[in-house]
Design a protein around this ligand. Structure first.
Ligand code: BGP
Length: 474
């Protein structure tokens, strides 16, 4: 058998893209509630678009999303029917601390997730909880500057501590920040970051990165004090860069592009900033806002495992005018002529998945957890309410095969696989509902219409037998 017998098969979602119920039971406003649907999404927080006001004529789809908040019982039952061993989900920070700076958590918020975790347990599903998946209370952004301010580290640690204390009997696996490197590419969406014209953006981003890395380490420290058996992971938006040509300059550029991402895990896994990053900061005249004790905090609280998302590989060119830029998971990349693309232009590369897993494992020698992988596509519902998503089955089949090869032929340690997103949800990048990833279809459209009805797709039944056979039956 290729996959270990306790391999954690399952699926992933996040509160910001599924829950909706944005003002129920005392939840405070969060950055995700202020992002319009469509093109304008990319402008929020850039100084072009005020995040307090949705542009006229646009809607915010996340406020309702797929109402996972109200449908979690039905959704988890469907996951159990697929045979999930693990369910990756996230907690909405402003549901627990509506403003972010309170000392007492919102009891109704805590109660909701207790019910969710209990239901998972009752169905033999291990929850894998992302503490921060692209969400921050807007009160912290407005009144403290959010992650620009070191104080947010303490607010975040306080939030995480209350989760650990409340759910220590129900949750074992935790991730600190979703795709921590995404702050470089999607600042408002990932971290609620807003900029003014006159801002030194690079310095602010450097500050935010340091604050999040310190927060991640402190949270790891607190977690272990509360329950030494907790398993804490980091989470990276991964996907190796290929040089566009054998020109050494392209090769060098691909190394630099990879380092933009690996810098984060270098700190979280090894416990210190890598030399190349320190040199870069020096050359750019940027300062890391170290406080006394930070080096020790980072060094002493490294993660237990490395989780990552993988959608596509990327291509680097030293020549900015080299060719066609594409956008794979928000990362700029040249088009790879050897690969096919999804409906949204994300290039499909299962061997790249194997390359990426090997690259990460070679670098760190720590167990890996694939916590996002999937294909966003237009789905059609037939007259008799079926969704025949063979393209999705194909995508997952090839990627699961790549995991099998990586385990069997390369000896990489893999803990589990949670597909993104196991149920249709709002796209993070575009705010669309039409960009569907799920094994479970949800009747909602881009304009907030639909019955919320859940329908298992063809891929639902396919994935069920994959899990049943522990990955032998693809
Ligand atoms: C990752 C995020 C997810 C998810 C996924 C797909 O960056 O962690 O939240 O949304 O990408 O991206 P999109 O929704 O833009 O298609």
């Amino acid at each position: 058998m290729v996959f270990p017998k306790d391999f954690l098969w399952g699926g992933a979602t996040a509160a910001n893209q599924t829950e909706g119920a944005f003002d129920k039971n005392g939840r405070g406003l969060s950055n995700v509630d202020l992002m319009p649907f469509g093109e304008k999404r990319f402008e929020v927080g850039t100084g072009q678009l005020d995040p307090r006001q949705l542009p006229e004529g646009t809607v915010n789809p996340s406020r309702v999303a797929i109402d996972h908040y109200g449908h979690y019982e039905e959704d988890i039952k469907l996951m159990a029917e697929m045979g999930f061993k693990v369910y990756r989900m996230s907690i909405s920070w402003s549901r627990i601390f509506p403003q972010g700076d309170e000392s007492t958590p919102n009891a109704l918020g805590l109660e909701h997730y207790r019910k969710v975790f209990q239901l998972c347990k009752d169905n033999n599903i291990e929850p894998l909880v992302t503490i921060n998946h692209f969400d921050i209370p807007m009160y912290l952004v407005d009144n403290y500057g959010g992650w620009k301010n070191r104080q947010t580290v303490d607010f975040f640690v306080n939030y995480a501590k209350s989760l650990f204390e409340n759910y220590k009997d129900l949750v074992k696996y935790w991730l600190t920040f979703n795709e921590i490197n995404m702050v470089l590419h999607f600042p408002f969406v990932s971290s609620g970051l807003t900029f003014q014209e006159s801002d030194n953006r690079q310095q602010i981003t450097t500050d935010v990165i340091h604050h999040q890395l310190v927060a991640s380490a402190k949270v790891t420290e607190v977690a272990k004090q509360i329950n030494p058996d907790f398993q804490i992971g980091c989470m990276l938006a991964a996907g190796s860069y290929y040089p566009q040509t054998p020109n050494p300059k392209d090769m060098w550029k691909s190394i630099l592009d990879d380092r933009d991402s690996y810098m984060f895990t270098d700190v979280q896994v090894r416990g210190n900033y890598p030399n190349y990053y320190l040199k870069q900061m020096e050359q750019k005249g940027l300062t890391i806002p170290f406080q006394t004790g930070d080096n020790e905090i980072l060094a002493e609280n490294t993660v237990d495992f490395i989780s990552f998302s993988y959608y596509s590989s990327r291509v680097s060119s030293a020549n900015p005018d080299a060719g066609n830029q594409t956008e794979s998971n928000i990362f700029a990349s040249e088009v790879n002529p050897y690969l096919e693309s999804s409906d949204w232009g994300w290039q499909i590369d299962p061997l790249g998945f194997r390359i990426t897993m090997n690259q990460i494992y070679d670098r760190y020698n720590k167990p890996l957890f694939v916590v996002e992988n999937g294909i966003g596509a237009f789905d059609e519902v037939t007259e008799d309410n079926q969704i025949i998503d063979d393209y999705r089955i194909q995508y997952h089949k090839e990627h699961i095969q790549a995991m099998a090869d990586t385990i069997e032929q390369d000896g990489v340690e893999l803990l589990g696989y949670t597909s993104w997103a196991c149920i249709d949800s709002i796209s993070n990048g575009t705010g669309e509902m039409a960009k569907r990833y799920g094994f479970i279809y949800v009747d909602r459209d881009n304009h907030g219409k639909g019955s919320f009805r859940r329908i298992p797709k063809k891929s639902f039944y396919w994935y069920k037998q994959v899990i049943e056979s522990n990955g032998a039956n693809l």
